[in-house]
Ligand binder design. Structure first.
Ligand code: AMP
Ligand code: ZN
Length: 114
């Protein structure tokens, strides 16, 4: 999608600190990390939010979640634990309208979230 920040990162029009890539997924470090590990796992295909998912997307959503867990394992934070978050639209705190799973870890997380 032409005017989408994460599509531009996927197209290498904007640089990012990539941590994983395959033909369907890109993961990169969040530019404003909220924890020692803060990685964004995104679909290469533009999907705006969870509101736009269809049954055909079940596979890619599963891949996002499993990739986040794999990155957590690589970072050595699986056993202590980590937080995974999809923000959706205004009240959910979504600022970039391209589906991304936040992987946060390396410190204790608070609940409820703000
Ligand atoms: P959200 O608020 O859930 O939409 O998350 C968007 C995330 O993208 C925020 O945590 C931002 O810090 C992050 N972000 C914004 N611009 C960039 C960028 N150029 N590279 C990496 N992360 C970014
Ligand atoms: Zn996009």
């Amino acid at each position: 999608m032409a005017d989408c920040l994460f599509c531009k990162i996927i197209a290498r029009d904007i640089p990012a600190s990539n941590v994983y890539e395959d033909d369907r997924i890109l993961a990169f470090n969040d530019i404003n990390p909220q924890a020692p590990t803060h990685v964004l796992v995104v679909t290469k295909r533009h999907i705006s939010s969870l509101n736009d998912l269809s049954p055909e997307d079940d596979q890619i959503v599963g891949e996002l979640v499993r990739r986040a867990a794999a990155i957590a394992k690589e970072r050595g934070i699986s056993t202590n634990g980590f937080r995974t978050v999809f923000n959706t639209n205004r009240d959910g705190g979504q600022t970039v309208p391209h589906i991304h799973l936040h992987l946060l870890g390396g410190r204790g997380m608070h609940w409820p979230p703000g």
